[in-house]
Design a protein around this ligand. Structure first.
Ligand SMILES: Cc1cc2nc3c(=O)[nH]c(=O)nc-3n(C[C@H](O)[C@H](O)[C@H](O)COP(=O)(O)O)c2cc1C
Length: 178
């Protein structure tokens, strides 16, 4: 098992996937990780829709004009939604869940990419979240944060170079203009 540090160092957004199904036991682990995500006051405002239907994946890929097209070629997409009446910090809660499932995917030998849905717009001018809600029959009281595309990697990306991190963004005690 690799360390958390090397997992983080190796994780890069993956947008090209092999046409290889993800085994049920691996999907179960992704689901369990999502349900263990931290949430403010344990309010758990989130819910998760696992999409593996090819037609639905192709429709999700068109939820916005840019930065989502690769979803149609992924074997799996997790749509992260929340009921805002359950938490005033549902954006944080769903964001944490989104990165949790990305890190879990990496740990399980999969690649993933976050597709931003909240505040994005479909080509028609309708909000992307409304398009996704209509497509997946999501009740109107929910908001859509993200779609996380997941699959076995069909591209290799280099890990972070520790020498090249933006160390100038770090401060100690006082903010120092650099
Ligand atoms: C909040 C958020 C929204 C993102 N939205 C998109 C997106 O809509 N489409 C996409 O292709 N990548 C998206 N990404 C992935 C970023 O482009 C990617 O993380 C960034 O370029 C750094 O690359 P890396 O993940 O390989 O380190 C998003 C990432 C985050 C954290």
């Amino acid at each position: 098992m690799q360390s958390f540090f090397s997992l983080v160092q190796a994780r890069r957004s993956t947008r090209k996937y092999k046409q290889e199904p993800i085994p049920e036991d691996v999907i179960k682990k992704l689901q369990q990780v999502l349900l263990m995500s931290p949430a403010s006051k344990r309010s758990n405002p989130w819910e998760f829709i696992f999409v593996d239907d090819q037609e639905l994946l192709a429709s999700l890929a068109a939820c916005k004009p840019h930065g989502a097209s690769f979803v149609k070629d992924a074997p799996l997409a997790v749509v992260v939604i929340a009921d805002p009446t359950k938490s005033d910090v549902w954006v944080e809660d769903t964001s944490i869940a989104s990165i949790y499932v990305q890190l879990a995917a990496e740990d399980l030998g999969l690649g993933s990419c976050w597709v931003q849905v909240r505040k994005r717009t479909h080509a028609s001018g309708v909000m992307s979240s409304e398009v996704v809600k209509a497509l997946l029959q999501i009740p109107s009281n929910f908001e859509v944060e993200s779609i996380i595309s997941i699959g076995y990697k069909n591209e290799s990306r280099s890990e972070f170079d520790l020498e090249k991190l933006q160390y100038d963004k770090l401060h100690t005690n006082m903010y120092v203009t650099k």
